[in-house]
Ligand binder design. Structure first.
Ligand code: DX5
Ligand code: ZN
Length: 227
C-alpha cells in the first residue's frame, strides 16, 4: 500500500434531496475523497446522474476531491463535460466501447487524475499495458450498476497481482476497490494492496458515518500492517 489510505464515500447511497448536506456529512466524518457514480443505462442497467449533478456537488463542496467513476458507453464523448463540471479524478471502464488509450490521453491533457476501471470478470492482464499511463486502477468488487451488492472476494487476487506490479515497477498508481466494501471487506482489500476504498451503503447507511469511517480506516490500516 502506498503511504496513505484514501476512503471515498459513494454518493450513490446518499440522500439526494439534501445532497449538499450529505457531502458535508461525509467530509466531516473524515472522508478523503467523494466518489460519484455515473451510469447511463447502456454500459450498466441503471441510470444515475450526469454532469449537472457533479457541478452541483462541486458548488456545495468547493475544496473536496471528486472521484468520478464513469460507467458509460463512449466515455470519450463525455469526459470533458465531467471535467468541466468539477471532477478531480476521472475513471473510465476498459470494457466500454472507446479507444481506451486515446481517452486516457485526453483526460491527462485536461489536467485531472486518470483512472481505469475493470469489471470483476475482466482479466487484470488486459489493463496492464495502461499502468504507466494511469494514476488509479479501479478493481470493481461487484458487477457495476447498483449499490448494496455483495463483495466478490475472487477479485482480491487481481488486487494482489496489481500491487506486486506497482511495487516491482515502482509505479505511482493507486489501486481502488468499489462495491460491497465495509469494515471487514475493506480490510481484506487493504491487506491485498488496495489503497483507495469506496463505500456507499456501509457509510451513508450508518447513523454515525464518522464511527463507521474511523472503524473502516482502523481495520484497513491494521490489516495492511499485518499483511
Ligand atoms: C457500483 C458503484 C459503487 C456503489 C458502491 O456500481 O460503482 O460505487 O455505489 O456501493 P456499495 O458500497 O453500497 O456497494
Ligand atoms: Zn463507483
Amino acid at each position: 500500500m502506498s503511504e496513505s489510505l484514501i476512503i471515498a464515500p459513494s454518493l450513490l447511497a446518499a440522500d439526494f434531496s439534501q445532497i449538499g448536506k450529505e457531502c458535508h456529512r461525509a467530509i466531516e466524518a473524515g472522508a478523503d475523497w467523494l466518489h460519484l457514480d455515473i451510469m447511463d443505462g447502456h454500459f450498466v442497467p441503471n441510470i444515475s446522474f450526469g454532469p449537472e449533478v457533479v457541478r452541483t456537488v462541486r458548488s456545495q463542496v468547493p475544496d473536496a476531491y471528486l472521484d468520478v467513476h464513469l460507467m458509460i458507453d463512449q466515455p470519450d464523448r463525455y469526459a470533458r463535460a465531467f471535467i468541466e463540471a468539477g471532477a478531480d479524478m476521472l475513471t473510465v471502464h476498459l470494457e466500454a466501447p472507446h479507444d481506451v488509450r486515446r481517452t486516457l490521453n485526453m483526460i491527462r491533457e485536461e489536467g485531472v487524475g486518470v483512472g481505469l476501471a475493470i469489471n470483476p470478470l475482466t482479466l487484470l492482464k488486459n489493463s496492464i499495458p495502461f499502468f504507466e499511463e494511469i494514476d488509479l486502477l479501479l478493481c470493481m468488487t461487484v458487477n457495476p450498476g447498483f449499490g448494496g451488492q455483495a463483495f466478490m472476494d475472487e477479485v482480491l487476487d487481481k488486487v494482489k497481482e496489481a500491487r506486486a506490479i506497482v511495487r516491482e515497477r515502482k509505479l505511482d498508481m493507486r489501486i481502488e476497490v468499489d462495491g460491497g466494501i465495509n469494515g471487514q471487506t475493506g480490510s481484506l482489500a487493504a491487506a491485498a494492496g488496495a489503497d483507495v476504498l469506496v463505500a456507499g451503503t456501509a457509510l451513508f447507511g450508518e447513523d454515525s458515518m464518522s464511527d463507521a469511517l474511523n472503524a473502516m480506516r482502523q481495520l484497513a490500516l491494521e490489516a495492511n500492517a499485518g499483511g
